[in-house]
Design a protein around this ligand. Structure first.
Ligand code: HEM
Length: 141
């Protein structure tokens, strides 16, 4: 069970990051070029939202079953343990909250430039936060 969830969390991470990056970069370009917000823009942002939420659910389950997650007291002594037990979960939850705020805000406006602006700000911030706390060496190493 642990291995299946860990592999799913590890594999879906690629999809979530690629979708988030496409959504954030195309929102920045869309805002800068003042183009119209299209259905394809909404879809890519929606899929980025869905996959980051799947990561949240899998991550929450992992947090309670993973042998990599030790008590916070013990985790503080070692950077890698601190990453798994505190920094990765906490920063990613904040990032996913920001991404969700961006999604909700875009729905409340009709102007294309405002929609792009919300995605450019909240999705980019979320992406940067997530990238800052990935266990890169373990994941890709
Ligand atoms: C979009 C958000 C997230 C992404 C992209 C992401 C990505 C990753 C990646 C790439 C790994 C390393 C996997 C490996 O070693 O093969 C990992 C591990 C882990 N993640 Fe996440 N994660 C996200 C959110 C979360 C959240 C919100 C939590 C907890 C609430 C969480 C908990 C964990 C745990 C506990 C591990 C260690 C699993 C283990 O090796 O036993 N993740 N995550």
């Amino acid at each position: 069970m642990y291995n299946i969830i860990k592999q799913a969390h590890s594999g879906i991470a690629y999809l979530a990051l690629i979708l988030l990056a496409i959504a954030a970069i195309s929102a920045i370009i869309g805002y800068a070029s003042k183009r119209e917000f299209k259905e394809s823009d909404r879809k890519i942002a929606l899929f980025a939202l869905i996959f980051t939420h799947i990561q949240l659910v899998l991550g929450l389950v992992l947090y309670f079953i993973s042998p990599m997650v030790v008590s916070l007291g013990d985790a503080m002594k070692h950077p890698m343990m601190r990453l798994y037990a505190l920094e990765h979960p906490l920063i990613n939850i904040i990032a996913i909250v920001l991404i969700t705020i961006g999604w909700s805000k875009h729905k409340r406006v009709v102007e294309s430039d405002k929609k792009f602006k919300f995605f450019a700000i909240f999705y980019t911030l979320g992406l940067i936060l997530i990238l800052s706390r990935i266990p890169w060496g373990v994941w890709l190493g």
